[in-house]
Ligand binder design. Structure first.
Ligand SMILES: [Ca+2]
Ligand SMILES: [Ca+2]
Ligand SMILES: [Zn+2]
Ligand SMILES: [Zn+2]
Length: 573
């Protein structure tokens, strides 16, 4: 005890001797708070009577504020004003309906229990935006159409400005910028988790949104506070100069300000995502960031925007409705790809039979996505860096991929610049040398005589046993059995793959030519657009279609959903 107090005193002296910054400490570094005496835990006043229920209902947007002297009505020192019974019963009924309780309008035990559940401090006043057009993923249950359950009169602000979420007016975006900065306030770090862990969880929460929408989020530790878009902090009771006061442990756990800040009630027991007790800081942060971006509450099962805290599921993901809701505000993700391909592998099923399986990959710069065709979206947690998922190939800007697949050959090649690499599927790394002991990478001009470099893209036509290599406006058909370019090639891409509408064609510099097993079709990608190549099946149905013709272009983001960049600082999460 004595030693501890000496150390504590020494720490205090060191702190006093340290130069005091002129402005409040902008960063937290790794401030040690272990010597601070935690204040006793404050508990939220349980909602147990009609006056408290009325206060709850008006605070969270279910009823008009009780008549009284305006803002001071919420103060404990204000005269207690009895609720108007019919209006209160109506508000209680509305609240009961969305909470799946019998709509009796009476404040029974179950209704009071629902009011006492942990919840977000943002009122439930806004109906959801209408669902986005476009098909839901093929095998996911179609989400129920949101009920427009809320028609309360707009409550006057009881205690100064309300944290609120207004739908963007006239379809304007909540945020016009594409990259937003955020910071955990130095004076606002939680006393419960290590600061680095708090920052990590917040970074992950922002990343989860950026995985499904075009905005990026960047932690900014340097800019003046006023220049940071989203400031986050923890506080207890009166906190961080906020007009709202936290209620102690229980009930309200956080609130957020549209296009602004997020506050967490540090009287709550916030825990990391790995914990199955307490309140998951990740889940709460993802929810509050949703408000900052402009999303209102919804009572739809599975949505992160439900006002009450739903205990942590083993795997927590943004569901279809959340992704479509945020894309309604900010649009879907667009962008060109360096290459896209299906990776075929053999797997044995439980009966020992060999099954062909494939995964679809999209590559851009130094990162890639695995696309889940079955769910029509990228894998949660993507993109990740090429160097983490692929070993021994260039770590960025791959030009092309080819899977050469005949009855006796099964070879996978990556192309970049004037070189190519062969990839060993079993060992999950690039070959360092071939069977003759010659080392990889090799020159394209040696392995594929007559093929120029660098390439725009390439794909293997299994039926014809040809690799089509594309460069600028030309295509080269390479016979893999004779190891040479076919006599009549190179040809203009427009000759070999004519546009059904002649002017509707990429013409040159195709980003990626991709044979999709999921769609049984070849696609040409360029920029944000794709052209589908007429398949044999298309021609059986419509014999007038030209062989290898290109259907008119469409937007990649309308066929492949949610292939979204994240800020480079969060690539490795
Ligand atoms: Ca609370
Ligand atoms: Ca390419
Ligand atoms: Zn909320
Ligand atoms: Zn606050």
């Amino acid at each position: 005890m004595l030693a501890a107090s000496v150390v504590r005193r020494a720490l205090l002296l060191c702190w006093l001797a340290a130069p005091r910054p002129a402005r409040p400490e902008p960063l937290f570094h790794s401030r040690d708070r272990s010597d601070l005496e935690p204040a006793p835990l404050r508990r939220a006043q349980p909602i147990a009577d009609p006056v408290a229920a009325q206060r709850f209902l008006s605070k969270y947007g279910w009823a008009a504020a009780p008549p009284g002297p305006g803002p001071r009505a919420a103060s404990p020192h204000a005269p207690r004003v009895g609720p108007r019974a019919p209006a209160l019963a109506e508000a209680v009924r509305r609240f009961q309906k969305v909470n799946a309780l019998p709509a009796s309008g009476r404040l029974d035990a179950a209704t009071l229990a629902a009011m006492n559940r942990p919840r977000c401090g943002v009122p439930d006043t806004r109906p959801l935006p209408p669902p986005a057009p476009g098909p839901p993923p093929s095998r996911l249950p179609r989400p129920a159409r949101p009920k427009r359950f809320l028609r309360p009169p707009p409550p006057p602000p009881p205690g100064g400005p309300q944290p609120e979420v207004a739908a963007p007016r006239g379809g304007t975006r909540a945020f016009a910028k594409r990259t937003l900065s955020w910071r955990l306030l130095g004076e606002g770090a939680s006393g419960q988790l290590a600061v680095d862990e708090q920052r990590h969880i917040l970074r992950l929460a922002f990343r989860m949104w950026s995985e499904v929408m075009p905005l990026d989020f960047r932690e900014d530790l340097a800019a003046p506070g006023a220049a940071v878009d989203i400031k986050l902090g923890f506080g207890r009771g009166r906190h961080l100069g906020c007009p709202r006061v936290f209620d102690g442990s229980g009930q309200e756990f956080a609130h957020a300000w549209r296009l602004g800040d997020i506050h967490f009630d540090d009287d709550e027991h916030f825990t990391p995502p790995t914990s199955d007790t307490g309140i998951s800081l990740l889940k709460v942060a993802v929810h509050e960031i949703g408000h900052v971006l402009g999303l209102p509450h919804t009572y739809r099962t599975g949505s992160i925007m439900q006002p009450n805290y739903i205990p942590q599921e083993p795997v927590f993901e943004l569901d279809w409705s959340d992704r479509k809701a945020v894309q309604k505000l900010y649009g879907s993700c667009e962008g060109s790809f360096d290459t896209a391909f299906d990776w075929i592998r053999k797997e044995r099923n439980q009966h020992g039979a060999v099954m062909m399986r494939f995964s679809t990959y999209f590559f851009r710069n130094s990162w890639y996505w695995l696309y889940e065709n079955r769910n029509n979206r990228t894998r949660y947690g993507d993109p990740i860096q090429i160097l983490r998922g692929w070993h021994g190939i260039p770590t960025q800007n791959i030009d092309a991929f080819v899977h050469l697949w005949t009855w006796r050959r099964d070879e996978r090649y990556f192309f970049k610049g004037n070189q190519y690499w062969r990839y060993d599927s079993d060992k999950d790394q690039a070959y360092t040398e071939d069977e003759q002991g010659r080392s990889y990478p090799k020159l394209i001009s040696e392995g594929f005589p007559g093929i120029p470099s660098p390439l725009d893209t390439a794909f293997y036509d299994r039926r014809k046993q040809l690799i089509y290599f594309f460069k600028e406006s030309l295509v080269f058909a390479f016979d893999v059995n004779r190891n040479q370019v076919l006599d009549s090639y190179p040809m203009k891409i427009t000759e070999v793959f004519p546009g059904i509408e002649p002017e509707n064609h990429p013409f040159r510099n195709i980003d990626s030519a991709y044979y999709s097993y999921a769609h049984n079709a070849i696609f040409f990608f360029k920029g944000n657009a794709y052209w589908k190549v007429v398949s044999d099946r298309d021609r059986q149905q419509h014999s007038w279609l030209p062989s290898n013709g290109l259907f008119p272009k469409q937007s990649i983001s309308e066929r492949w959903f949610d292939i979204c960049d994240v800020h480079t600082s969060t690539l490795n999460m």
